[in-house]
Design a protein around this ligand. Structure first.
Ligand code: HPA
Length: 243
C-alpha cells in the first residue's frame, strides 16, 4: 500500500474517500496524527499529516520514527512525502515543484535512527541514492502526463529550523550543491530506508531561499505560494495514483 506524508499546506488530501482514521501505538511513541485510510481514484492510500492535524508540531519535534513505524504497521511499502521547501535552484521559485534525487543533512538533535542501543541488531543502511529511483521515475512520469513542469532532480538540504536560514547559510548550502532547503526531509528519508520502505519526495517551493530575492521571507508570502502551488502537487499525486 502507498503511504502519503503530507507537509505544510497538506493536512488533508484532495479527493480522498475516507474509510477510517486510526491511531497506531509504536515502540517509538505517538505518531503526529491518526492515519487516514481511504482511496483516491480507486487506489488505496494511507495518509498522515506530518505536523499533526491541525498543523502544530514544529519540524524538530516531529516523531519521525513513530510516523514511519505507524505507516509500516499499516502495511505501507511505498511512501510519497510532500514537503514545503525554499528554492535555491534558478527554476525553483515560489509555487514550483521538484523531485529531488539527493540529500545533504544539516539537522541535529533529532531521533534519526531505529538502530539505537535499545533496538534490534545494527544495520548500516546504504544511502547512496537516498530516494527510490523507481518511485521518482513514476512521479516524473505523472508530472509529464499532467503537463505540470517540474525540476526533475536536485539536492535537498535538510535544515534544522524552525527558523529560516541566513543569507550566508544559503550561500554556503548553494556552494555545497543544494538546490532546495527544507526542515522535514531528514531523518524521514533515512528512517524509511531503515524500515525497508521505498520513499520519494515531492517538494513544493514556497519561497526563494534567504537572500535570493529582493525581500525578506514572510509567512504571508509562503501561504500565498502554497495556495498557488498545492494544486500542482494534487495533480501529480492524482496522476501517480491512477497509473
Ligand atoms: N528554508 C527551510 N525550510 C523551508 C523554507 C526555507 O526557506 N521554506 C519552506 N521550508
Amino acid at each position: 500500500m502507498i503511504g502519503i506524508i503530507g507537509g505544510t499546506g497538506l493536512t488533508q488530501l484532495d479527493g480522498l474517500e475516507v474509510l477510517e482514521s486510526k491511531w497506531f501505538d509504536t515502540p517509538y511513541g505517538e505518531p503526529s496524527a491518526a492515519l487516514t485510510f481511504g482511496s483516491i481514484s480507486g487506489t488505496k492510500v494511507v495518509f498522515i499529516a506530518r505536523h499533526g492535524d491541525p498543523h502544530q508540531i514544529p519540524p524538530h519535534k516531529i516523531n519521525y520514527r513513530a510516523n514511519i513505524s505507524a505507516l509500516e504497521q499499516a502495511g505501507v511499502t511505498k511512501i510519497l512525502a510532500v514537503n514545503a521547501v525554499g528554492g535555491i535552484h534558478a527554476s525553483l521559485g515560489p509555487a514550483e515543484v521538484a523531485i529531488p534525487d539527493q540529500i545533504i543533512d544539516y539537522t541535529y538533535g533529532r531521533e534519526h535512527t531505529i538502530y539505537d542501543a535499545s533496538s534490534t541488531e545494527l544495520d548500516h543502511i546504504d544511502f547512496t541514492f537516498p530516494y527510490s529511483q523507481s518511485l521518482r521515475g513514476l512521479l516524473i512520469q505523472a508530472a509529464d502526463e499532467t503537463g505540470v513542469s517540474i525540476l526533475k532532480s536536485g539536492t535537498y538540504g535538510a535544515t534544522q529550523g524552525p527558523r529560516l536560514e541566513s543569507a550566508a547559510e544559503i550561500k554556503k548550502y548553494k556552494l555545497d550543491g543544494c538546490d532546495l532547503v527544507g526542515m522535514t526531509g531528514m531523518p524521514e528519508a533515512a528512517l524509511a530506508r531503515e524500515f525497508g520502505i521505498e520513499y520519494a519526495c515531492l517538494a513544493l517551493s514556497v519561497n526563494w531561499a534567504a537572500g535570493l530575492s529582493d525581500s525578506i521571507i514572510t509567512m504571508d508570502d509562503i501561504h500565498l505560494a502554497i495556495e498557488q502551488g498545492m494544486g500542482k502537487v494534487h495533480k501529480i499525486l492524482k496522476a501517480f495514483l491512477l497509473a
